[in-house]
Write a protein that binds this ligand. Sequence first.
Ligand SMILES: Cc1cc2nc3c(=O)[nH]c(=O)nc-3n(C[C@H](O)[C@H](O)[C@H](O)COP(=O)(O)OP(=O)(O)OC[C@H]3O[C@@H](n4cnc5c(N)ncnc54)[C@H](O)[C@@H]3O)c2cc1C
Ligand code: SF4
Length: 307
Amino acid sequence: MKTFVGYARDAQLRHDATSGGVGSALLNCLFKNGQIETSLTFDFNPSTLRYSPRLIHRWNDYRPTGSIYQDMDLIGYLRAHLGEIRGRFACFCLPCQAASIRILLKDAGHDSILFGLVCSSQQTFAATERLLDLAKIRRADVGTLQYRGGGWPGGIRIGLKNGEEKFITNNGSIWTDIFHSRLCMPKRCLYCQNTFNDHADIALADPWLPEYLGRETPGLTFVVSHTPVGDRLLSAATDECVFEAVPEETVFRSQRRTLDRKAGYATHPWRRTVLNRMRAWKWYVRLVFSNPRWLKFHRKILSRCKL
Ligand SMILES: Cc1cc2nc3c(=O)[nH]c(=O)nc-3n(C[C@H](O)[C@H](O)[C@H](O)COP(=O)(O)OP(=O)(O)OC[C@H]3O[C@@H](n4cnc5c(N)ncnc54)[C@H](O)[C@@H]3O)c2cc1C
Ligand code: SF4
């Protein structure tokens, strides 16, 4: 593994992106150099409050949406739109999607370059619904919703139809409590050991370390190259990004809690059993999300029991 910390040279892109905008800038580089003909972007639909993927054939159609914390059927979408893919393809994906996307594209005769997002867990749409309920925002009033971006670590920006904007930070907020409650994540995340997106060419992560948190507000991305394709892309992207090599250990340390938690599910399967029980108790889930104080109490139980 080759590991770097970096950021997009385009200050606006860096600001709009999740971490340091490296992912978006690398995609720009691929389109600019004619190395790909097709990629994916995501659109938000204010009627359903859901994001959905859309194929694109030029950089100008790409939207830096930041990380999207709603489970999406990327593989189903690509399967349904295989006929619209031209030439070499690149996209962002979660660790549990990368191998299937690679095979799907290969079988259809397309080379692919995969930007893998490092992943602790995804959220079902219920997480967004819980957030709106707890923040007392009516679904019908939401015009735009972006989970990340606007500097780092940023937060959720909800644009209301009356022009008001609500901001919920990504750290120490009601959203953090929902995200880490483990009550809204897909069940498969309890069985997942792939954090660093091993099947992707390049993996991208937030620099969740004290030495970066609070210091670097414009944003930085940890970058891991898994393949020679990834190595070549990083060497070719010096016009778009700034990179500095960092020890592998630093990048691992930034995900230590996730790695330990996921490993703990495998070595102590009772933890999964307890979580699955909690998730199945409808009365319990209702109680936890009835009030921010119950949610905090639930997180204390998780922390005490190492769940
Ligand atoms: C569900 C989820 C969990 C994550 N967990 C962690 C974690 O535990 N630790 C960590 O360090 N980083 C995690 N990340 C990755 C991190 O949030 C950033 O995506 C990463 O740092 C890249 O930042 P960037 O600014 O370089 O990318 P950007 O320039 O912001 O580009 C990222 C692009 O990825 C695409 N994208 C966003 N969400 C999705 C999605 N759900 N599926 C497919 N494509 C998407 C969009 O096109 C977006 O513009 C997670 C991301 C997601 C979506
Ligand atoms: S934790 Fe694993 S299973 Fe869950 S979304 Fe992330 S990669 Fe997929």
